[in-house]
Design a protein around this ligand. Structure first.
Ligand code: SF4
Length: 440
């Protein structure tokens, strides 16, 4: 009889939320969460293959578990996520001590595996878990949430964009939107359970509804969810710049509970590189949308993703990316070195960049942005700002932590019963990645 589970999550926010669903299935089946892998009867490695680094981390953890399994043959090891979907049966061949493999669109199969094991049924982990499930998006799975104030809600799965560096359309499949009714009831139930903030998740939320039978788009969905009382903040990730519309800008402006923060991945400042990435916009088109957004909501904060060292990226192209950061003045960026992903178009491109140059460009870009972010944070000193209090700070348990509508973290001294409340703080000190304030 298995009774304790542990999930090791690699990679992105999407995966973190998938792990909450995996935990939800275990909890519903009577399992308890172990306080670490050493005390678990079943360990799930929820993998990510977006970048080589996350993949390497997974393989090294899997190697470590071989010894654990040898010491405890009853230990069950499951591999979930994008690497599971990509490697399929190969994983069993290479690592015969794995017990179960399931992809991001087959999390519900875990339920069957758990039941089969409990009842000693003959389950066939190698052939059942990875069949593509075209109806996955119609299911509402149990979710064991990580917090009590903020919650993630998937509104769609997969992606149809095929950016040439990205594995997502191959691992998470083609784009499918959840029904607005299911999303509405999930958010309503979160509100009834005390959650105050939701983040709507999708690879490209701007194309929500395109694959649906309903006559609805992402902006309509925002208006619908905004009606749910007690949800005080609505965020969303990720927006694709090509599909980011004036209609959405109007919604962010009109709906007070939709946060004044936009994460809009630029990826590169050079039009040649953007074309080679198959991003579907030029820098000028991107910049025009940013200008419209700022003209409408001047205090909005904007963050982005950047890839350096994409195949063929010349010094001139890289300089275009630096120029774009100078021109747009982002509040923050997430920058990564390009890494070869199996099966993607970019692998076939000529002129791959050597590791040293990639690392040097990454260092330069992070340094360049650091000054901009710090200056922006510094400009908030002395301001009175509203935050939603999320709880005790992870880095300093003496302090509480909260977030502005613009997604900036504010730490302050205060009582834990402020958790879940909107309060005003005066910003006293700006740091690189957070602000320090005083509750007013
Ligand atoms: S939009 Fe591009 S980068 Fe984003 S998930 Fe889809 S293919 Fe990947």
């Amino acid at each position: 009889m298995l009774n304790k589970f542990h999930i090791h999550t690699f990679g992105c926010q999407m995966n973190v939320h998938d792990s909450e669903k995996i935990a939800g299935i275990f909890s519903q089946s009577g399992f308890q969460e172990a306080d670490g892998s050493n005390n678990a009867d079943v360990i799930v490695l929820n993998t990510c293959s977006i970048r080589e680094k996350a993949e390497q981390k997974f393989y090294s953890e899997l190697g470590r578990l071989k010894k654990a399994k040898k010491n405890n043959p009853d230990l069950k090891i499951a591999v979930a996520g994008c690497i599971a979907q990509q490697e399929k049966e190969t994983l069993f061949k290479r690592f015969p001590y794995i017990d179960f493999v399931f992809g991001p669109d087959n999390i519900d199969n875990l339920q069957r595996w758990v039941t089969d094991r409990e009842q000693d049924n003959n389950c066939d982990p190698q052939t059942t878990a990875l069949k593509t499930n075209p109806y996955y998006h119609t299911k509402t799975l149990p979710v064991k949430r990580g917090g009590q104030v903020r919650a993630w809600v998937s509104i769609m799965y997969g992606c149809d964009n095929f950016c040439t560096y990205c594995v997502v359309p191959y691992t998470r499949g083609r784009e499918r939107s959840r029904s607005s009714k299911d999303i509405f009831f999930e958010v309503k139930s979160l509100a009834e359970n005390g959650f105050k903030e939701i983040t709507l998740l999708g690879q490209n939320v701007n194309s929500y509804g395109i694959t649906s039978h309903e006559n609805i788009d992402f902006t309509d969905l925002l208006y619908k969810l905004h009606e749910i009382e007690l949800i005080q903040r609505i965020r969303f990730v990720t927006s694709h710049p090509r599909d980011f519309s004036e209609k959405l800008i109007r919604a962010i402006k009109d709906l007070p509970n939709v946060c004044d923060h936009l994460h809009l991945p630029l990826q590169a400042g050079s039009d040649d590189i953007l074309k080679s990435m198959n991003r579907g916009y030029t820098f000028e088109e991107y910049k025009r949308k940013i200008d419209l957004l700022r003209a409408s909501i001047p205090h909005v904060s904007i963050t982005t993703d950047i890839i350096v060292g994409f195949p063929g990226e010349t010094e001139e192209d890289f300089q275009c990316t630096l120029n774009s950061l100078a021109e747009i003045q982002y509040d923050g960026i997430f920058a990564f070195k390009y890494s070869k992903r199996p099966g993607t178009g970019a692998i076939e491109l000529p002129d791959h960049i050597d590791e040293r140059t990639k690392s040097e460009r990454l260092r330069k870009i992070l340094k360049f942005q650091e000054d901009i972010t710090y200056r922006k944070n510094k400009s908030l000193e002395g301001h009175l700002i509203e935050i939603l209090v999320e709880g005790t700070s992870e880095n300093d348990t003496e302090k509480m932590t909260g977030r502005t509508t613009t997604n900036k973290i504010v730490n302050f001294y205060g009582d834990s019963n402020l958790t879940g409340k909107l309060i005003k703080v005066k910003i006293l000190d700006a740091k690189q990645h957070s602000l320090y304030g005083e509750a007013v």
